[in-house]
Design a protein around this ligand. Structure first.
Ligand code: PHE
Length: 326
């Protein structure tokens, strides 16, 4: 049958011409001639279509074998051509393509830094729920239902008794409910506030909470701890001050400011204080025996001061031009 012959002939001329094709443009012409959409192999398949049905099975099989053979012969040459004469056209000294690098989100980087500073002075890392009941977010922290301090933290309610936590201080309560003193923990995580979104406030942000409870911790120890943190985070010569403040869950309370050389002004970075004895009673601790201190800071704020970022929303827009700078 003539198709038999054609197959043999095609194979012979294929390998002869392939061995003569040296440069990449030779090879491309060759590929189009034999393996292209209108090439010789394709026209064999067209002829096959015209065969009577009884002959189709045998030739179908042969043609498929042929197709595989030819393409693997071609691939062998093309694949193996790197070191051959084709390399004349290829400049291996050209730099490769730059694949885009991923990197760690700036907030994640700062969180990591904050954690390792506190871990280096013996704090463990704890976690707590972002959705919590009113009791753990407010009540147990000495913020009863109609207390004016609730206005400091505009709240997202899931139902009248369930909130998106407005601060990480809820974890203080969970920790103390589940463990006996001494405690020395930090907790990082998201918090939510129903505030107008602007360059300085966002509906969600991250906080780090610290809690130390034992028999002899003091305000002086808290100051030392936070001074150490500020120096590690912002540099040894950073000026800082403690300013009297008010939080229902600490007494006495303070806020810490650091001096910003560039802007020539004090910037508030955290709130802190001695744990209010009422809070200790709420979790069943003996407030005559135990005392402690707590502090809480916004991670975005720390990052904004450290890197001179002017708009908190940048952390949440996933703009590569911003993220790539860290
Ligand atoms: N929870 C307070 C806030 O979000 C910060 C704070 C934590 C203050 C612990 C004192 C002690 O503003």
């Amino acid at each position: 049958m003539s198709l038999d012959k054609t197959i043999k002939g095609l194979k012979a001329s294929f390998s002869k011409e392939l061995s003569k094709s040296k440069t990449s443009s030779d090879l491309e012409k060759f590929r189009i001639k034999y393996l292209g959409r209108n090439g010789k192999l394709a026209s064999l398949f067209e002829e096959f279509n015209k065969l009577p049905a009884s002959e189709k099975p045998r030739f179908g099989k042969e043609l498929n074998i042929l197709k595989n053979e030819l393409s693997s012969m071609y691939q062998d040459v093309v694949g193996g051509s790197k070191g051959s004469s084709i390399s004349n056209n290829t400049d291996f000294s050209l730099p490769g393509y730059n694949l885009p690098d991923g990197n760690v989100h700036p907030l994640e980087q700062i969180t990591y830094e904050i954690k390792s500073i506190f871990q280096s002075i013996g704090f463990s890392v704890a976690y707590g729920p972002e959705i919590d009941d009113d009791y753990h977010n407010f009540e147990a922290l000495n913020v009863p239902k109609h207390h004016p301090a609730r206005d400091m933290q505009d709240t997202f309610f899931i139902n009248p008794n369930t909130v998106l936590r407005t601060h990480t201080s809820n974890v203080q309560i969970h920790l103390m409910e589940n463990q006996d003193p001494p405690l020395r923990h930090i907790c990082c995580g998201r918090v939510y506030r129903n505030e107008a979104v602007s360059y300085k406030s966002f509906c969600l942000f991250n906080q780090v909470e610290g809690l130390v409870i034992n028999e002899d911790s003091s305000f002086a120890e808290m100051k030392g701890t936070l001074e150490y943190f500020v120096q590690e985070m912002f540099g040894k010569n950073t000026k800082m001050r403690f300013r009297p403040s008010y939080f229902p869950f600490t007494e006495p309370s303070a806020e810490v400011d650091i001096w910003n050389e560039k802007l020539n002004q004090w910037m508030e970075i955290l709130g802190c204080g001695m744990v209010n004895p009422n809070v200790l009673t709420n979790v069943g601790y003996d407030n005559k025996k135990y005392q402690g201190f707590a502090f809480g800071m916004g991670i975005e704020r720390i990052a904004m001061i450290k890197y001179g970022i002017k708009d908190i929303r940048l952390f949440y827009q996933n703009d590569k031009r911003f993220l790539e700078q860290f």
